[in-house]
Design a protein around this ligand. Sequence first.
Ligand code: SF4
Ligand code: SF4
Length: 102
Amino acid sequence: MPKPTVSVFQYPRTREEMPRGPYAKAGVLVEANAGWRVFRPVIQTARCRKCQQCWLLCPDGAIDRTGECYTVDYNFCKGCGLCATECPAKAIAMVKEGAKGE
Ligand code: SF4
Ligand code: SF4
């Protein structure tokens, strides 16, 4: 077994130094886990403060902050609701899958 490569890691000091996009490769544990979902998170962009809390906490790395607005990769979001619970602006609504108007 090859030795692991030693590398120097430094935590980002500012928000701008943090990487763009999902914080981790989505679907690390399974290929796709959308089938687990009963409720889906819907980000209300007008209320979002871009605080990064959801992006940092999502256990699946399913939140993307590459563009202007934060978005959810529904192929890998399992609907745990952690992002909605922890959002300080209450900008994420958990909407039942298949609800009217979907
Ligand atoms: S936690 Fe809420 S306010 Fe913060 S970036 Fe996510 S959606 Fe926006
Ligand atoms: S519901 Fe869970 S898996 Fe889906 S985006 Fe929010 S924290 Fe990530």
